[in-house]
Design a protein around this ligand. Structure first.
Ligand SMILES: *Cc1c(COP(=O)(O)O)cnc(C)c1O
Length: 404
């Protein structure tokens, strides 16, 4: 069992008060908090080894380059990629997805089809729409049911030899539903389509195995997994990364430049133009080490208990409805109370120190499906407690009384 109090003490922000109340942070789906070891590692980088990477012969540049590449191989082992050069540093999930859609602009032809799911975050919808506009490809959408689960028969009916790419999130940010991605990848590959998995919400809760999943691309952000903002990873299979053109031109991504012709660097540098977030990339490795030291089995066990406790306690409130009632769920509860706008509840409970997200959660199509303006989303991390959930439930009850 995890010693939650000991873990909480490692996150300095968790002992703060907000509006005079102890902070209850349930907005982990938007970004996670950072342990002291991650905060310290950022300072240590700037205090001790700050230098540009892959360029200098001098000692600091070598140290910084080594630290950056060690972090890349940490990520490689964490997600079980076959090669370190299949792991690209990005600024986040959004960047990774755009890198891929930009690459497919030179591959797709009019009439080709791209399949997205109805559970996607805007950052896994809009870049594909832009790609379709540019190429004349057609966007198809996998529908979901009332429980917030993707309908697999409908997905399989959409697949054909026209399908060139399928994209789906591993875990939905708005509802917490865990999608059957391995199954979906297998079905997509059977028609020859490539698959991108948006893993932004999965990596805080589980350790993805990209070879077992057999996905072609897997994108995620560092900031949702205890790492710094402005960091992220795009995993791509070697063959695909060799096939796709570079995303941005600039320093670092070239082999040789003349005004007649430029040749590109080998992987992964072909996709890493310019000076990256060096400190962030290194410290993402620190965050991954930290999560592994807590242990994903422990994390999942704690989060399952939190989810069960929150679901049960919230449902005792009359008029409260939870969205995303599928069986396979991460520790996210998205809910509304009859006749009350989610924003009003969020504002009142914020005064009581409770941080939740209200709104459409960058997933407007899901809200449209349920015919609601948004939800209140409480997303839990392993450092949260049942006592905090009880505080939230009491606060929601209070807000309900004030607003009805
Ligand atoms: C947060 C999130 C994104 C976008 O991540 P950024 O860090 O903002 O680039 C994409 N997809 C899902 C499912 C997310 O939760």
């Amino acid at each position: 069992m995890l010693d939650i109090q000991k873990i909480r003490a490692e996150f300095p922000i968790l002992s703060q008060t907000v509006n005079g109340k102890p902070l209850v942070y349930f907005d982990n789906g938007a970004t996670s908090q950072k342990p002291q070891i991650v905060i310290d590692a950022i300072a240590k980088y700037y205090q001790e080894i700050n230098a540009n990477i892959h360029r200098g012969v001098h000692t600091l540049s070598q140290l910084a380059t080594d630290a950056y590449e060690i972090s890349r191989s940490k990520v490689q082992h964490h997600i079980n990629a076959k090669f370190a050069h299949e792991v690209l540093f990005t600024s986040g999930t959004t960047h990774g997805i755009n890198l891929v859609t930009n690459g497919f602009a030179s591959i797709l032809k009019p009439g080709d089809e791209v399949i997205v799911s109805s559970l996607e975050h805007h950052s896994n919808i809009v870049p594909w729409q832009m790609l379709c506009e540019k190429t004349g490809a057609v966007l198809r959408v996998i529908p979901m049911n009332e429980d917030g689960e993707l309908i697999m028969e409908a997905y399989e009916a959409l697949l054909s030899e026209k399908t060139k790419v399928v994209t789906v999130n591993h875990i939905s940010n708005a509802l917490g539903i865990i999608n059957p991605v391995k199954y979906m990848i297998e079905k997509a590959h059977a028609v020859g389509a490539a698959v991108l998995i948006d893993g932004a919400q999965a990596v805080p809760h589980l350790k993805p195995d990209v070879q077992d999943l057999d996905c072609d691309f897997y994108a995620f952000s560092g900031h949702k997994m205890c790492g710094p903002t402005g960091t992220g990873i795009l995993y791509g299979k070697e063959a695909w990364l060799n096939k796709l053109p570079p995303y941005q031109g600039g320093g670092e991504m070239i082999k040789e430049v003349t005004f007649e012709k430029t040749t590109y660097a080998d992987l992964p540098h072909k996709f890493e133009a310019g000076t990256p977030n060096i400190a962030g990339g290194i410290v993402l490795g620190t965050a991954i080490d930290y999560l592994n030291s807590v242990g994903f089995e422990n994390i999942q066990k704690q989060e399952e208990e939190l989810l069960a406790h929150a679901t049960k306690s919230l449902l005792e409130i009359e008029g409260l409805k939870i969205y995303g009632t599928g069986k396979n769920k991460a520790s996210v509860v998205s809910f509304n109370i009859d006749g009350i706008h989610p924003y009003d509840i969020g504002s009142i409970i914020d005064k009581l120190g409770i941080a939740v997200r209200t709104g459409h959660h960058c997933a407007q199509p899901i809200m449209n499906f349920f015919c609601i303006p948004g939800t209140i989303r409480a997303s839990f991390s392993f450092y949260n407690t049942k006592e905090e959930i009880d505080l939230m439930v009491e606060a929601v009850k209070k807000a309900k009384t004030m607003l009805s």
